[in-house]
Design a protein around this ligand. Sequence first.
Ligand code: AP5
Ligand code: ZN
Length: 216
Amino acid sequence: LRAVLLGPPGAGKGTQAVRLVEKYEIPHISTGDIFRKNIKEGTELGKKAQEYMNAGALVPDELVVDLVKDRLQQDDCKNGFLLDGFPRTIFQAEKLDEFLSESNLKMDIVINLKVEKEALIKRLTGRRVCKDCGASYHIVNIPPKKEGVCDICGGELIQRKDDNIETVENRINVYEEQTAPLIGYYKEAGSLVDFDGEASLDEVFDAIVQAIGEQE
Ligand code: AP5
Ligand code: ZN
């Protein structure tokens, strides 16, 4: 399965990705996670990406495209992959298409998660992530069993640096301006399927799995 998860910040891309990659046994490629790992490790890439991310802006295309291309050429992507948070601009989508057609591959499905702004803000400001394993929670919607502690590994739950209200608003605006045009782009290509991202976790997951089945 080759798939893209598209949707505004907080739509549930990361949450659904974790379940989808487990079911379809494919790698989860999240450009946001790759950047956060680089920031944590203090790499050159991390240093470059940091200020854009903290401001809620996009990291420049030239820092993103080659990184993803390299990742897609690794052995574990041979039988498919799930892209989460990439592409995010028309330029990135065109580069991805070029890469796929050069490799004689095609995208099976672009999963578009739709969530209204009000819900996005509630979700992002209430999100907590595990410092150690990255698992994602929500203080109201998906609370951990014990406050502030990861169910999976016992790690401390923290708030992402870009989940404060000012940065969240900026990320949503950036999405509207630079990423939302991809909906039309993929609609035209015929690979886009819309999902109500405001449904429950399980409902969204089941709907995606069903659509993937129909696509095959
Ligand atoms: P990235 O890490 O990709 O963040 P994002 O797109 O802003 O998305 P999020 O991770 O915030 O949200 P999500 O949709 O995964 O939602 P989640 O599942 O956690 O990017 C971060 C930054 O990196 C960007 O701003 C940019 O600077 C840079 N970057 C990354 N890729 C780039 C690229 N390609 N080009 C340029 N720059 C790039 O869910 C959110 C919350 O809601 C959670 O608390 C969750 O528990 C809850 N929730 C999820 N689903 C449900 C549900 N069904 N019901 C109730 N609650 C739910
Ligand atoms: Zn954890």
